[in-house]
Design a protein around this ligand. Structure first.
Ligand code: SF4
Ligand code: SF4
Length: 157
């Protein structure tokens, strides 16, 4: 009887889990750590307490000095909001990156000038020497905007 009940529970879980995982969303944030909090294990806390997967896009942190972390957080919307509040309360400054970079690819001449200024590795030439934009890696630093000779790059706010 108990085994039958467990099977039923497992089946319900299987039906629920794909739905909840499809509700996951991503937020890109910049974290600014004061020197006293530079060693805070933020990504561990996000994973353990909020089931958030962190993808660090850029890190400039040295022990005993203030630091910056640009990262993407992947999780359920309510968990992302709670985690952001938690980070704020801890004394770490957190700013959401709402801006987005877009490329008018029909005008791009694939010269590669933007690739050399993209420290995040979000731009590369594909096997046909066409520009490829890997958006998840973009930190919206805007360096590529002025590097483009034909004004292809735009910042959407
Ligand atoms: S804004 Fe441009 S240069 Fe900066 S990370 Fe994004 S694609 Fe790269
Ligand atoms: S600099 Fe402008 S034209 Fe050149 S590859 Fe980049 S987006 Fe295209």
């Amino acid at each position: 009887m108990a085994a039958k009940k467990n099977k039923k529970t497992e089946k319900i879980k299987e039906q629920i889990e794909p739905a909840s995982s499809s509700l996951r969303t991503r937020k890109r944030v910049i974290l600014s750590f004061p020197p006293s909090l530079v060693q805070t294990p933020v990504t561990y806390m996000l994973a353990k307490e909020y089931d958030i997967v962190s993808n660090i896009l850029r890190a400039e942190i040295a022990p005993e000095e203030s630091g910056k972390l640009v990262m993407e957080m992947d999780g359920l919307p309510e968990n992302l909001d709670k985690a952001i509040e938690r980070i704020k309360e801890s004394g770490i400054e957190i700013t959401e990156i709402a801006r987005k970079v877009t490329f008018a690819m029909d005008k791009c001449i694939h010269c590669g000038a933007c690739i050399s200024v993209c420290l995040a590795g979000a731009l590369k030439l594909d096997k046909d020497f066409h520009l490829e934009f890997i958006e998840p890696k973009c930190t919206v630093c805007e360096m590529c905007v002025t590097s483009c000779p034909v004004d292809v790059v735009n910042i959407d706010i």
